[in-house]
Design a protein. Structure first.
Length: 317
């Protein structure tokens, strides 16, 4: 067995913010043997062997109330987002230009399908029945899913399915989907560490995968533009089209509602947080809705700028 790569090491892997901005990996680095040995064979096996366990949801998150409502709102949204990503990735696999890309995006498809399952399963762990989880997913699909995820999916499918644009599809998934949502997932991991440690560990596992996806997707675009610099303007135009779509989506309203529920949960269970700091020098119990949303937006912008620079698309935002 080869040495465990840093990004697949539960104890030492960087967080989303550091990894998504700095980690450099290629499809050849993360091929099928890599995934079988280091993800399925090590990272995931450690979960199932119990060395790292999500544990039962904290009692505060199990009781009916705003804290559990925030968890349900977030994890049903993540379930839907991951399912849509998995379906879209089937077209990247279909149009993959070489074996390395075929193998890497096949493993990413499995990762996203697995994420959808673990977010859903954690809600059962948090005390909801299977029927209640299913109903909650349907509600989210008709609400924030329809408002935010459906238009994003339609845009991505137009690029991937209708146009058969492999590199445009990689760009859309890397920048407009994972590049935007990953910093919010980092915030979630930090928020739930004490109130629902199991939820935080579910996020941690998914986030470890996402930094790998971001790093490899960025390297694919960088290599493509290094070889075909004339494609830069076309990809910039696609990126700008996607950004215009993002600006019309009510993601801020979705996050505000979720953070409002979480804020009510803090008011009810703040004693559980003690002096825990969500970032250095700032106690979670002292933060407000707008402060957390502003942090997530800043992290998203900084992450996208770093990845775009690596992709030779700096200045695109």
């Amino acid at each position: 067995m080869t040495a465990l790569p840093l990004e697949a090491d539960w104890d030492n892997a960087p967080g989303v913010l550091e990894g998504a901005r700095e980690l450099q990996l290629t499809p050849g680095d993360c091929d099928l043997p890599y995934w079988l040995e280091h993800v399925a064979g090590s990272m995931l096996r450690r979960l199932t062997d119990g060395t790292v366990t999500a544990g039962a949801a904290a009692e505060a998150a199990r009781r009916p109330g705003p804290l559990r409502d925030a968890l349900v709102d977030e994890f049903t949204f993540r379930t839907l987002a991951e399912e849509k990503a998995a379906r879209a990735l089937s077209f990247l696999v279909f149009h993959a230009p070489d074996r390395d890309c075929l193998e890497f995006f096949s493993t990413q498809l499995i990762d996203e399908a697995r994420h959808a399952r673990v977010f859903r399963e954690h809600l059962v762990e948090a005390g909801l029945s299977e029927a209640e989880v299913a109903a909650a997913v349907v509600r989210t699909a008709s609400g924030s899913g329809a408002a935010v995820l459906d238009p994003l999916e339609a845009f991505g499918l137009h690029v991937l399915r209708d146009q058969g644009d492999f590199y445009g599809g990689v760009l859309v998934l890397t920048v407009l989907v994972e590049g935007v949502l990953a910093p919010a997932a980092e915030l979630s991991e930090r928020k739930w560490r004490l109130l629902d440690p199991g939820a935080a560990l579910v996020e941690r596992g998914a986030n470890m995968d996402e930094i790998r996806h971001l790093a490899v997707g960025s390297s694919v675009i960088r290599q493509y533009l290094t070889e075909r610099p004339g494609e830069r303007e076309r990809l910039l135009g696609l990126l700008q089209e996607g950004r215009r779509l993002w600006e019309k989506l009510p993601m801020e309203e979705v996050l505000f509602r979720r953070e409002s529920l979480f804020q009510q949960g803090i008011a009810e269970h703040g004693e559980l947080l003690g002096d825990y700091e969500i970032w250095p020098g700032r106690r979670l119990v002292d933060t407000g809705i707008e402060e957390r949303m502003t942090a997530a937006e800043r992290w998203s912008r900084e992450t996208q700028e770093a990845r775009l620079a690596h992709m030779l698309l700096d200045g695109a935002l």
